[in-house]
Design a protein around this ligand. Structure first.
Ligand SMILES: Nc1ncnc2c1ncn2[C@@H]1O[C@H](COP(=O)(O)OP(=O)(O)OP(=O)(O)O)[C@@H](O)[C@H]1O
Length: 240
């Protein structure tokens, strides 16, 4: 099986807190990995490091077998959807403008249309981005991330503001991207049920990696889930 990502002994120390402590895991081609963890578990820190946004780490990260410190080429294969895309409410850009921003080369209108259809936002293409609901905005940012045909999609899932209907649509889109388009997905989520249903692998992060493996092995083990919930809860209380 082709290894897409190899993370070895990753440690990130901020001035006041060790956000990641000796984390190691691999992602194979075609995997759908759900990363779960309480607030402050280090999920965003992990993504920052993987995307080359934070280079102050110990350990090794390889994409497609190559150390990310050696080359930034791997970034071309990644579509990234941040937790909260930052833009002004009155930012005068439309849905199609935002998706077009994702293009690296010349504009390929056909490709834009295809992605808009795929994400169920074709009807919204001329609407101003700030006027859309959070669930609709999320789909626009996924479309933007997909416009370059990435091999990997990395999503930092927003937790609030999206209604159930949009969540269901979002999940069915992810499932289709993984199963039909064979995109490797790395997705951080607070929704354990959704991770159980969608992801074939799970990584439970809480500064250290509590568990990494097939989702079935985690979700069929009540004792493991209990231990993990307790550990997460303690960490949470400790920080608030
Ligand atoms: N740039 C930074 N400088 C210093 N500390 C940071 C920085 N970014 C994050 N931290 C700290 O590192 C820890 C991990 O934060 P991180 O944002 O990675 O967690 P998370 O799992 O993404 O949380 P959430 O689910 O709330 O988004 C937290 O204690 C946070 O306060």
């Amino acid at each position: 099986m082709l290894k897409i990502v190899e993370i070895e002994n990753l440690t990130v120390q901020y001035p006041d807190v060790k956000a990641l402590d000796d984390v190691s895991f691999e992602v194979n081609q075609g995997d759908f990995l759900g990363i779960i963890g309480p607030n402050g578990a280090g999920k965003s820190t992990l993504f920052d490091v993987m995307l080359g946004l934070n280079t102050k780490y110990k350990g090794t990260i390889k994409f497609f077998g190559e150390d990310i410190k050696k080359s930034k080429e791997y970034l071309k294969e990644i579509g990234y959807v941040p937790q909260k895309p930052i833009f002004e409410k009155n930012f005068p850009v439309t849905v199609i403008d935002v998706v077009r921003m994702g293009l690296r080369n010349e504009t390929d209108e056909n490709k834009i249309d295809e992605v808009l259809q795929q994400l169920w936002i074709h009807e919204l293409r001329n609407r101003r981005i700030g006027d859309l609901s959070e669930g609709q905005q999320q789909r626009v940012f996924i479309a933007k991330a997909l416009i370059t045909n990435p091999k990997i999609l990395i999503l930092d899932e927003p937790v609030t503001g999206i209604d159930q209907q949009n969540i269901d649509l979002f999940y069915s889109i992810l499932r289709e991207l993984n199963s039909k388009r064979k995109i490797t997905i790395i997705w951080s989520s607070h929704d354990l049920d959704a991770v159980n249903q969608l992801a074939n692998h799970v990584a439970c992060l809480n500064r250290t990696l509590f568990f990494h493996g097939e989702s079935e092995k985690f979700f069929s083990n009540d004792e493991l889930i209990k231990q993990y919930s307790e550990a997460s809860m303690q960490e949470h209380m400790h920080h608030h």
